[in-house]
Write a protein of this length. Structure first.
Length: 430
């Protein structure tokens, strides 16, 4: 137990000192195992982890979904999604903000990355809102919060990583993310309505579009609808695995970008290089996380923690709520992937010991990560927007993001209290 606590303290300290996550977990994991087991067995274990990770068939879903998202972004589908949503709701007060959330939800269904969704929608939606006279805090807050839908609405990179680390069915995790993702989108739109009710001038109404223009805008998103239907419908229907679905989605996104004339030889090299860099980063993190998990599991900490919680006699749901509170606090000071991979080796055995569904817990993890992505002082979505919007003060981005933390926390509470919101759709899968 003491060894594990010292290891966690060292890993947290390195992470807070801005040491890259992979190096922090890898160094602590290897050093801890070396001191406990000996350096020879530790070197053999590290080599085995690298080999197993590199050749794991299930991990091929990671680069394929990343590639699909990059091709989709290159095809310019985010503009089509925003244009379609704007055609239907842009004429209302706060309409462009509502359209941004709807476009983020649609883009998240084919991207899987919160940061990519936020960055893309900043370029797509912010100029239109600024031109119409939107307050900076509302425009930036909506984009930052809407961007978090990219990791909840499947395919989701965080859900894939959680599924791999905990050996949970990725297809069921994807199915579990649908209703909570839609719920979060609805709650964020409710948040926009509340802001507009309090400050009507923060989101002026836009021009009303006639029905022919609306149908024309809808026709522009047929590529998005087709990709989502084929990839996610095939996975949920059991026609192919998540890995096969990712391959089909990446191929479809490639041909769609090619057909739209947005993919040149130079841009293809850029997409492939960016996908390779992101994949290499995630695989390095997964290898380091495996070494750190091996170290923690070798100590008595997981067993001691499970026994301690059992002896306390606390209601199981209260234990989960306490975990969520810890995640919310950690999310304000740590990068989200860091806190998830550092804490899963400790929390996950307790969750399964208490009899909770790991699919439900995975959705709760992502909901907490959503809050962390827009929580000061280290919310990644806010810093992405700050890098792209040089003229907008960081205080305005913080203000807007803080407002939309409330709907996301409400979504977390609802899924915590009503687990069927996450488990209903997976119940139909074999």
């Amino acid at each position: 137990m003491i060894e594990a606590l010292l290891g966690f303290a060292a890993a947290f300290a390195l992470a807070l000192l801005r040491v890259p996550l992979a190096f922090a977990m890898g160094l602590v994991g290897v050093a801890g195992l070396g001191l406990l087991r000996g350096w020879g067995p530790t070197a053999a274990a590290a080599a085995q982890v690298v080999c197993d990770t590199g050749f794991a068939y299930t991990l091929s879903v990671v680069p394929l979904f990343i590639l699909m998202g990059n091709f989709v972004a290159r095809a310019g589908l985010a503009h089509e999604l925003f244009r379609a949503a704007n055609a239907f709701v842009g004429h209302r007060r706060g309409g462009l903000a509502h359209a941004t959330i709807l476009a983020c939800a649609g883009f998240g269904a084919i991207c899987g990355s919160s940061i990519a969704t936020a960055a893309t929608m900043t370029r797509v939606a912010y100029p239109s809102m600024k031109k119409l006279g939107y307050a900076d805090y509302l425009a930036t807050g909506v984009i930052a919060a809407g961007g978090t839908l990219g990791i909840m609405i499947p395919p989701s990179t965080i859900l894939v990583i959680y599924g791999i680390v905990t050996e949970t069915h990725i297809g069921k995790l994807f199915a579990a993310g649908v209703l909570p993702g839609l719920l979060c989108a609805a709650l964020l739109m409710g948040g926009v309505g509340w802001v507009i009710h309090r400050h009507p001038d923060a989101g002026p109404a836009g021009r009303r579009r006639d029905w022919p223009a609306r149908w024309a805008a809808l026709r522009g998103i047929w590529g998005v609808a087709l990709l989502v239907l084929v990839v996610l419908g095939g996975i949920y229907g059991g026609w192919f695995t998540a890995t096969e679905g990712a391959g089909i989605g990446a191929s479809g996104a490639f041909f769609f970008a090619l057909a739209r004339g947005t993919l040149t030889l130079r841009s293809l090299r850029t997409v492939l290089a960016e996908s390779a860099r992101t994949t290499a980063m995630l695989f390095t993190i997964l290898i380091a996380a495996s070494m750190f998990s091996n170290f923690v599991n070798f100590t008595s900490m997981p067993t001691d923690l499970k026994d301690g919680i059992t002896q306390l006699g606390l209601p199981p749901l209260l234990v989960i709520a306490a975990m969520m509170g810890i995640y919310v606090v950690l999310g304000t000071i740590m990068e989200e992937l860091t806190m998830v991979l550092l804490t899963i080796p400790v929390f996950f055995p307790v969750v399964t010991q208490l009899g909770f569904d790991p699919v439900w817990f995975g959705v709760l993890i992502v909901l907490v990560v959503q809050v962390g992505l827009i929580s000061p002082p280290v919310g990644m979505n806010m810093f992405v927007m700050n890098a792209l919007l040089k003229t907008v003060p960081m205080s305005q981005i913080f203000r807007g993001s803080a407002i939309f933390c409330v709907p996301l926390v409400a979504g977390l509470v609802l899924v915590l209290v009503f687990p069927q919101l996450a488990l209903w759709l997976p119940g139909f899968m074999k």
